[in-house]
Design a protein around this ligand. Structure first.
Ligand SMILES: NC(=O)c1ccc[n+]([C@@H]2O[C@H](COP(=O)([O-])OP(=O)(O)OC[C@H]3O[C@@H](n4cnc5c(N)ncnc54)[C@H](OP(=O)(O)O)[C@@H]3O)[C@@H](O)[C@H]2O)c1
Length: 313
């Protein structure tokens, strides 16, 4: 049996449960591809699954390879694969119901990948799919953001936020973002129109008539966001479904919380926007695959600017 290096968890717990070990290279079915992973993006969902607080956790099985963001090269294709061949350079967001990308190889389905941006190497490409798909689906598929609308993006300097800022600017929206003052210049460089330092200014005291709020924080931040929406405005959340129904009725606005899904067409469009210069991921730092626990310790502090990646090869 061919073996590979991977980082798995055998139980929930702290970063110490991440185990760098030898595991079998996945066997692929006829509708799957085997990808030689070059780099894996690290996302908050990785430590939420590790901790056991991901809400669909009951469907996940131990031992489990974490990581649902990657860039790599097609190593082999199943007999029914039509759109890719061995040697293609691809990036993707595999379904969370399959083994992840903290590994030298991953098995994926066609709809979970696209050709990676030509302008970026594997490390930068690896941090794009999950965050960019989330931002795309929130702003465009769900909230239907259009030119000249005002959008408030919470945690605009985060993995999802900094890509959401750039996608909203590509749509010619007016973009307001929250972060701490450390990230003001970074966000101005991302194209933001108005910056709010959450330590200095209460956003709900200075904003009104907002078309779209992108809620990446939930709780109090979400509660304070409802009254600043214009009538028929849209609050799209990726973190907190609890009050959505009641609050959207109370304020006569639209509200929804959703989970990102893989999408070949959207990933292809995202890669094109990168190559055309509209979208650029910011990489705070990288770790070797064997040091995934250090990457988790960093991202759990919730102050990463942009993204971090694990270098696999
Ligand atoms: N539903 C889905 O499909 C989906 C998909 C992707 C992500 N998510 C979830 O969405 C959340 C955000 O993900 P992410 O990858 O963007 O997280 P992230 O990269 O870890 O976010 C870190 C950023 O948040 C900022 N931040 C922290 N506290 C803040 C506050 N009170 N106000 C404003 N900004 C604040 C930090 O800026 P400062 O350092 O300046 O504070 C930092 O740049 C996570 O909970 C993640 O699990 C859900």
């Amino acid at each position: 049996m061919e073996m590979m290096k991977a980082v798995r968890i055998h139980s929930h717990g702290g970063p110490e449960v991440l185990t760098y070990e030898d595991v079998p290279v996945p066997n692929i079915q006829s509708d799957e591809l085997l990808i030689r992973v070059h780099a894996a993006g690290v996302n908050p969902i990785d430590y939420k699954v590790r901790q056991g607080i991901f809400r669909d956790d009951r469907k996940l099985q131990f031992p489990m390879i974490l990581g649902w963001d990657f860039s790599g090269e097609v190593a082999a294709v199943g007999s029914s694969i039509k759109n890719f061949k061995a040697g293609d350079l691809v990036f993707g967001h595999p379904s969370m119901m399959r083994q992840g990308a903290y590994a030298e190889y991953i098995a994926v389905k066609e709809n979970e990948i696209a050709l990676k941006p030509k302008a970026l190497d594997h490390i930068y490409s690896s941090v794009i799919p999950l965050s960019a798909l989330t931002a795309w689906q929130a702003l465009f598929d769900e909230a239907n953001l259009s030119a000249n609308q005002k959008v408030l993006i919470h945690a605009a300097s985060g993995g999802v936020g900094h890509l959401a800022v750039q996608l909203a600017k590509w749509k010619d929206a007016y973009v307001i973002g929250t972060a701490s003052k450390n990230n003001k210049n970074f966000l101005l460089n991302c194209g933001i129109d108005e910056f709010i330092d959450y330590n200095e200014t209460e956003f709900d005291k200075v904003l009104k008539n907002i078309d779209v709020v992108f809620d990446t924080l939930g709780g109090d931040v979400q509660m304070k966001s409802w009254p600043i929406l214009k009538r028929e405005g849209f609050l799209i959340s990726i973190v907190d479904p609890n009050q959505i129904e009641a609050m959207s009725k109370r304020y006569d606005v639209h509200g929804k919380c959703f989970v990102v899904t893989s999408n070949y067409q959207e990933l292809t469009k995202i890669a094109a926007l990168v190559d055309e210069g509209y979208l650029a991921p910011y990489l705070e730092t990288t770790f070797p695959l064997a040091e995934a626990a250090e990457a988790h310790r960093l991202i759990e502090q919730k102050h990463v600017r942009g993204k971090i990646a694990l270098v696999v090869r």
